[in-house]
Design a protein around this ligand. Structure first.
Ligand code: SF4
Ligand code: SF4
Length: 202
């Protein structure tokens, strides 16, 4: 069956979720996770079972977002990975506890500035070999062939981010799939950030 043409409303919904809404959720989840972990004490390892479930959901949803690259990859190649420029800290505390609950960075992720807060090195984003081989001003994982990390190992924001050029070629079905996956990823972030409080109330 031929793919349906996406509507302007679908594209606008996708972009709104992928950018301002995602940023707001990212900010909320990152800072509230750090605050609740400090306030309610405890150890993220106490939430191992929940975190495992949430991480499985995150991985599946990131793969769904990555499937859209088959259609928007050409636009990203033409732009030469514009949103992968600069060595920013893309992984928030939510990414970190989902990937490795034994060593979460206790500081919330800075807003685009690596000088504002203390960060622990967190491989593979901060792998020295990757840093050395990265083109100047690009994320250490960026190569001319694209990102070296499997989609499910990238920070959530790497998969969530979209721009006008990347949404433009998507079909109606792809927009619907992307919107579903974006909402799912934001739910995972909010549920992860709520874990310390949920445990304290139990
Ligand atoms: S999502 Fe947009 S800014 Fe990022 S690489 Fe693709 S076209 Fe460029
Ligand atoms: S981890 Fe990959 S997708 Fe994310 S900014 Fe770096 S190169 Fe881009």
């Amino acid at each position: 069956m031929a793919a349906r043409r996406r509507s302007a409303l679908q594209a606008a919904t996708f972009l709104t979720l992928a950018r301002p809404v995602f940023r707001a959720v990212d900010f909320h989840a990152s800072y509230s996770a750090a605050y609740r972990a400090r306030r309610h004490g405890g150890d993220w390892s106490e939430h191992a079972e929940h975190l495992r479930e949430l991480d499985l959901r995150r991985r599946a949803l990131q793969s769904e977002m990555a499937a859209l690259q088959a259609t928007h990859g050409a636009a990203c190649a033409e732009c030469r990975g514009g949103c992968c420029t600069e060595e920013r800290f893309r992984d928030s505390i939510v990414d970190r506890v989902l990937r490795d609950r034994s060593q979460p960075n206790p500081a919330p992720r800075s807003l685009r500035s690596k000088t504002r807060e203390e960060h622990t090195d967190y491989p593979p984003l901060r792998d020295p070999a990757a840093t050395l081989s990265a083109p100047p001003d690009y994320c250490p994982n960026c190569t001319p062939e694209g990102c070296t990390l499997p989609a499910e190992d990238r920070p959530i924001q790497c998969l969530a981010y979209h721009c006008k050029a990347s949404v433009e070629p998507l079909s109606a079905e792809e927009c619907e799939a992307g919107i579903r996956a974006l909402k799912g990823l934001m739910s995972v972030m909010i549920e992860t950030a709520a874990l310390p409080r949920r445990a304290a109330r139990a």
